[in-house]
Design a binder for this molecule. Sequence first.
Ligand code: NAD
Length: 492
Amino acid sequence: MTAVAQQIGDPRLLINGELRESESGATFDNVNPATEEVLGVVADATEADTDAAIAAARKAFDETAWSTDHDFRANCLRQLHDALVAETELIRQELIAEVGAPLLITYGPQLDAPLADGLLWPAQRIATYPWERDLPEGNAFGMRSWRKVAKEPVGVVGAITPWNYPFEITINKLGQALATGNTVVVKPAPDTPWTSTRFGRLIAEKTDIPAGVVNVVPSSDHMRGEQLVVDPRVDLISFTGSTDTGRRIMAAGAPTLKRLFLELGGKSAQIYLDDADLETALGMASFTVCSHAGQGCAMPTRMLLPRSRYEEGLALVEQSFKAVGYGDPADANNIMGPLISEKQRERVLGLIDAGVKEGARLVLGGGRPSHLPKGWYVEPTVFADVDNSMTIAQKEIFGPVLVVIPFDNDDDAVRIANDNQYGLSGMVTSGDEGRALNVAKRIRTGTIGVNGGVWYGADSPFGGYKASGIGRQNGDEGFEQYLETKTYAGGL
Ligand code: NAD
């Protein structure tokens, strides 16, 4: 174990308030993707452990006041916020070590941004949310009744998370699911278990959150996620991950009519209309695609440039990509570290290969950087002359790879942007905001930035159209994702 691992990396499960080993005693390795070294281990939850976690969450929901005591929940969320804030710098180190997250990105979306309001916004919303509303007196079938509509938690939530932004995704799932009165079983991605075991320890040691309300079961076996999906005691699956796994979860959840909240993949477009200030706007092109090595679902990895300004734009993109600092994620000059695993690197290199074979022009990168022999790195890569029907324009690559596609006019840009199974996010840039907005309104995605606007925040709904998912994280729409509706009527 390295020195870092002694300060970070809790190896224990949290089940029914107890921090403990797996019942089998088995552990699995947590590997640093920048060095390929084993950082340490984590308990490997078995089927029996996961079963115990589900039973504990069920009991805590059915038999404690957690689901009804609004003030208590708000206080618990604030306690957890304070506990996380107190360990911010350790979390930062942990994210750099287990995720390969660049230090620079931890000051934004990887840590500081979600930490600021991921628990506090839902905690505040508890006090202001309209948990009940009255309907006018009813007279159905000649019978007078008072009527009201109440919002109640869904029950037990299975929270299944990916490896790319483990802190951001876990805090946003927990904040909203707990604020609304649910109990939770967290099943993190096997590549990044420590972020969630830290949540588990802090919940157990630093908050009054009752035993069983939150359980954390990392496992090397993806089937522990499926166990949550098929178990009838779990009411809702809150899943962030790939579209393929999302489809499988929908199918596996059908027999129990599982409520589903799915945050899936993306292949978002960044569109520059022909009146855009390309010189200014394209300076950021590499950041939007290479930060965290392209391992972000909402990254705009298809660039649409007007045919009339294509070569001018491409030259600026090339310049921007050549300036990307990458390598050791702990180095503050790098916006890009490694990919999470050798498997992901091989997948990304395979897709780059498909781009070359299908006739796209490789402008920059495309391989493994020779100066970084250790770690799962891929060079910042740009493809030009891409047709939107090519594999590299249609598939989510999840690496630092930009494809640049020409378009003829605004209608053509909208057509190309929408010609993809995904519908997660996007950007439109124009010298005329009204024109940019007209294009933005026609793009079929759950979020979209106009002229550099940033939609992210705990109060701001985020999620996908089409194959990018069902439902929303954050904002009131996210809050309501975790609620059921009950209508009462009383005879008069
Ligand atoms: P993944 O789908 O392979 O795994 C995600 C999680 O699902 C992991 O915890 C995994 O163990 C679990 N899992 C795997 N098979 C399962 C099954 N059959 N049943 C239940 N759970 C199962 O995704 P990943 O590779 O970890 O993450 C990358 C993907 O996540 C990308 O496609 C990315 O776009 C997507 N993502 C989406 C968002 C979003 O908000 N839309 C955010 C981050 C990542």
